[in-house]
Design a binder for this molecule. Structure first.
Ligand SMILES: Cc1cc2nc3c(=O)[nH]c(=O)nc-3n(C[C@H](O)[C@H](O)[C@H](O)COP(=O)(O)OP(=O)(O)OC[C@H]3O[C@@H](n4cnc5c(N)ncnc54)[C@H](O)[C@@H]3O)c2cc1C
Length: 493
């Protein structure tokens, strides 16, 4: 057992928020637009509000003994959220994974940026503290101590049970135009006492409207990023000058859970985030002006990418569970071809688990003494996961046949004029027509609803599209040993 989990005192001092306390932090005057109109608070949009309720329930679960181990850890007698846990050993990694599995199950994998994802990026910076310690600001007049700031930020997040979003990508425009590339960058506009002012925009900052902070950079690997755009930093979402423009909502908040068991839970929204002369305090800056820090995207995001892969593994297991139930309810499990289809979903789930397990087994301590999962296994696993995702969705739908479309809703079952027809004509094997429909409604929400459509698009690109992942494999996976093996066998000197 690791040092971080040994001392679970009862009752321990804690640095946790309840769901109600978390919700209160979102009443901070943040500037938010949905469907083209400014809304006063995040609670004024039903889909965003339902999403907040779901996140708030995760805060409450921290106090529930049934979830305490998954969601919290104890350090020196104080209980903290696992979101901010810094894994120092492989056992810590396994413990931290419990939180990822918990948030993934809680949202049925539909929140790609649950409250514990963005903290994983802050932890990623901490993992490479010596590298950031060695860097100096190249913007005159502002000279933050990056290493000190990173350590303080992780402690701040942990002590305040903070939620954060992250936005690394720039807005999409003409990718062939240098002007477009410039416009996609968030840049330092001026330096003033105590910090800098930045302008520009970040894009697809999932969950920003429902979180406390935004953690940002301009996605690494950009060649010749100008010094004023070389920045890693974090600010509160309610900072003056930040405007959040939400995409259209895709869930079914307020729907009867019978009809939409997943889509009724609301959603994490994606936002275009405008920065108009936003003040970034000096102590929230983790890099400034140094282009060499921008290529740290891969190493810094390794914990976030481990999160992404683990969530997909959990979701794949939900697909297996749903597929098995479909076979049971339709009575198709005896058909070899049907068994083969479910076998393919099982293969997907087992493979993703294997990648997660391998990435943790091959984890190594970083220069900052944080235990980091193996990036080659993560990237290969993530590539496999997104390449096969559309096929797995298709197979699950195929298993359902007409049932996935012929869903009538709770009100139809309750209507005395027609409900009895549905009950008489549509029962499954050993289950009522209602139960069969509940299962189909779950599969619909997970694979075919507008929420599922957004999630599928999200899975495909949220942490780099497949072509970039292949490029990363080429650049990051060491293969000298394999080359040497071939040379030996082929008698090549
Ligand atoms: C729903 C959703 C939520 C997201 N949430 C977040 C978030 O919370 N935080 C965040 O930082 N980002 C988020 N992302 C953004 C994600 O990081 C980007 O979509 C991704 O990096 C791809 O960039 P792009 O969409 O700008 O594609 P573009 O650069 O516009 O390119 C379009 C396509 O061209 C191809 N392509 C372009 N350039 C290359 C290249 N160099 N090599 C190979 N292929 C290439 C790819 O197929 C790519 O998908 C989210 C995206 C979506 C759809």
């Amino acid at each position: 057992m690791s040092a971080q989990t040994q001392r679970r005192d009862e009752p321990a001092r804690h640095r946790l928020k309840t769901g109600a306390e978390f919700k209160e932090t979102l009443r901070d005057g943040r500037a938010l637009w949905v469907n083209g109109s400014r809304i006063a608070t995040v609670f004024d949009d039903p889909a965003l509000s339902a999403g907040v309720d779901l996140v708030a329930s995760m805060f409450d679960d921290q106090f529930d003994p049934a979830f305490a181990d998954a969601t919290t850890y104890v350090d020196c007698g104080v209980t903290y959220s696992r979101s901010w846990q810094v894994p120092r050993t492989k056992e810590d990694l396994a413990d931290r994974r419990k939180m990822i599995e918990y948030t993934s199950l809680k949202t049925a994998g539909t929140f790609g940026r649950p409250p514990d994802l963005a903290p994983a990026i802050a932890v990623g910076l901490l993992a490479h503290l010596p590298a950031f310690k060695a860097k100096k600001s190249l913007i005159e007049g502002c000279d933050p101590d990056f290493a000190e700031n990173i350590e303080a930020y992780v402690a701040f997040g942990r002590d305040n049970n903070l939620t954060a979003s992250e936005s690394l990508t720039g807005p999409q425009n003409d990718r062939s135009s240098p002007k477009g590339a410039e416009a996609s960058l968030l840049k330092v506009k001026s330096v003033e006492k105590g910090g800098i002012r930045v302008s520009g925009a970040k894009t697809v900052g999932s969950i920003s409207a429902q979180a406390n902070e935004i953690f940002f950079t301009n996605l690494g690997g950009i060649r010749e990023t100008p010094a004023e755009a070389c920045i890693w930093a974090s600010v509160p979402i309610a900072s003056e000058g930040i405007r959040l423009i939400s995409r259209e909502m895709v869930s079914h908040p307020g729907a009867d859970p019978f009809d939409h068991p997943v889509a009724a839970l609301g959603e994490e929204a994606d936002q275009l985030i405008i920065f108009d002369d936003v003040f970034v305090p000096k102590d929230r800056i983790f890099n400034l002006g140094d282009p060499t820090a921008m290529s740290w995207y891969g190493p810094v995001c390794v914990f976030a990418h481990w999160h992404v892969l683990t969530r997909l593994a959990v979701k794949a297991e939900l697909f297996v569970g749903a597929g098995q139930l479909v076979l049971d309810v339709l009575g198709t499990g005896h058909i070899p071809a049907v068994q083969g289809m479910l076998g393919e979903i099982i293969q997907y789930a087992q493979t993703l688990r294997a990648f997660v397990t391998a990435a943790e087994a091959m984890a190594k301590p970083t220069a900052g003494e944080v235990m980091a999962p193996d990036v080659g296994m993560l990237t290969a696993g993530r590539l496999y996961s997104i390449e096969h995702y559309p096929r797995i969705i298709h197979i699950l739908q195929e298993l359902c046949g007409q049932g996935l479309v012929m869903r009538f809703g709770k009100k139809a079952f309750e209507n005395p004029d027609i409900g009895h027809y549905l009950r008489d004509l549509l029962p499954g094997k050993g289950v009522s027509a209602e139960v069969k429909e509940q299962l189909m409604n779950f599969v619909w929400d997970m694979t075919a609803s507008s929420l599922a459509g957004r999630v599928a698009l999200f899975e495909n690109v949220n942490a780099s599209p497949a072509p970039r992942l292949r490029e990363r494999l080429y650049n990051e996976v060491k293969r000298e040993r394999f080359v040497q093996q071939v040379k030996t066998l082929a008698h090549i000197d």
